[in-house]
Design a protein around this ligand. Structure first.
Ligand code: EPZ
Length: 429
């Protein structure tokens, strides 16, 4: 298994290109199941999760081609992916595949809407919590699907098609909003989703479905109105920039000090995290090129932050912020409200010398002057990158094990950081 070696202490200076968003690319690929015409996605990041979903869609008989790189192409430009779901040969998503990536459960919406049936494995637990799928199933039931659970599989049937409905989510869920929105776009009549997720990735998928001939309004607000259409057609769509990758590198710069341009980043996708970064003492400026983050001289100020659905502070940046606050001049408090067990990084950050006290959903972080390099273990995607941030500022060498977690969601991380002066390398095997 690959490891990443980091020798900390260097400030970051230069430019980091921001890739397409993983959490938009995955549902966009799944939206390709909604049509028998070609969906062409641009700016798709090269990530392990994207390749995994390619395999899962391949299992349904979907033909996916990815345009190879040509000589002279920018090594960081995203890939173009053509998804051809003309023929769906199999409506089953097996356990072996779904258990490797939870988002693949979301195929259930388009499959039942277009094919009238789907058999999808329940995803099971994961490192950040129990993560049930009851909201997805309730939404499909409301749209008229019959749902049965048998031997670890969800069987969803709607042989006569789905019907528009009024759905009120009990709690904001990104995935359940995707499922309901995709399914409703091929249902008969109008669907209203209330307490829907407002995340930019939802807006990206809704915009793509509209480019495919769908009729979705209100995306980006908590009420989404979908008028079902009998069929959707092919389209071209470009994946929006990754706000979590943007926030992660911004926090890395705030941690090490330096001056970095995050090119292609969109500030409007992460206002709340940028406010927190400014509070921590980073200087953030927005330009046409992207986002420039600087921290020169001044120390890191402590903060109090609670994670919340968009537009609140994202849970996907909670671990990275925690790494940053380990070196703040004072005590910070981070409350995690989205997932009950998303603190796996705490013990590993402690190995670098961080002082963190956990009490239920609240972490209290007492800033220390110095972190010290150590061997640490990646436990999930965002937890892993928080260790990278810690190690970049720690004195001496850190070795991060199990970096396959990082490869799920960060494209060319070592290259992007070393180009800005970090001492970081991947060791194979
Ligand atoms: C998405 O997961 C993201 N994944 C996660 O990113 C992200 O952390 C999360 O949204 C929250 O922003 C992708 O986009 C691929 P939810 P999702 O449904 O949709 C509860 C990363 O690191 N819930 O919004 O699975 C759930 O347990 C990942 O990139 C139910 O109770 O999250 C949680 O407490 C990890 N029943 C809350 O809702 C349900 O049926 C929000 O989860 C569904 C969710």
């Amino acid at each position: 298994m690959d490891r990443i070696r980091i020798v900390g202490g260097n400030p970051l200076t230069g430019s980091i290109p921001i890739s397409g968003a993983k959490n938009a690319a995955l549902p966009l690929m799944i939206a390709g199941l909604l049509t028998d015409e070609k969906l062409v996605l641009h700016n798709v990041p090269r990530l392990a999760d994207v390749s995994q979903l390619q395999r899962i869609l391949g299992n349904h008989g979907i033909d996916i081609t990815v345009n190879g790189k040509r000589r002279g192409d920018d090594p960081y430009s995203g890939q173009t992916m053509e998804i051809d779901a003309r023929v769906i040969v199999d409506t089953t998503a097996p356990y072996e595949l779904v258990s490797k990536m939870r988002a693949s459960f979301w195929v259930i919406g388009p499959l039942v809407a277009r094919m009238g049936e789907a058999k999808v494995s329940l995803p099971g637990g994961c490192a950040i919590g129990t993560r049930p799928v009851d909201f997805h199933l309730d939404a499909l039931r409301a749209l008229g699907a019959e749902i049965e659970i048998d031997a670890g599989y969800v069987l969803a049937r709607a042989p006569k098609g789905l019907k528009g409905a009024h759905i009120l989510f009990p709690k904001v869920s990104v995935g359940a909003t995707h499922t309901a929105m995709m399914a409703a776009s091929l249902a008969e009549g109008e669907t209203i989703l209330e307490n829907a997720a407002r995340e930019p990735e939802i807006v990206d998928v809704a915009d793509c479905i509209n480019a495919m001939g769908g009729r979705i309004e209100g995306q980006g607000t908590s009420t989404i109105r979908i008028t079902g259409v009998p069929r959707l057609k092919g389209a071209h769509h470009s994946v929006l920039p990754d706000r979590i990758e943007t926030g992660t590198y911004a926090m890395a710069v705030a941690m090490t000090g330096g001056d970095v341009m995050l090119s292609g980043a969109r500030a409007d996708l992460l206002d709340s995290a940028l406010d927190t970064l400014r509070e921590c003492g980073a200087e953030v400026t927005v330009s046409n090129e992207g986002l420039r983050v600087k921290r020169n001289g001044a120390g890191i100020s402590p903060v109090e932050v609670t994670t919340a659905p968009f537009p609140g502070f994202p849970t996907d940046l909670q671990a990275q912020l925690m790494a940053l606050t380990t070196r703040a001049r004072g005590t910070s408090k981070i409350t995690e409200t989205i997932f009950e067990n998303r603190f796996m990084h705490v013990q590993e950050l402690a190995r670098l010398g961080a002082r963190i006290h956990l009490d239920g959903e609240i972490a209290t972080i007492e800033g220390v002057e110095k972190l010290k390099g150590a061997p640490v273990m990646a436990t999930d995607l965002r937890a892993s990158v928080s260790l990278v941030i810690g190690a970049l500022a720690a004195e001496g060498e850190s070795m991060i094990h199990r970096v396959y977690h990082l490869d799920r969601g960060f494209e060319r991380l070592e290259e992007k950081l070393s180009a800005c002066g970090a001492e970081i390398e991947r060791l194979a095997g």
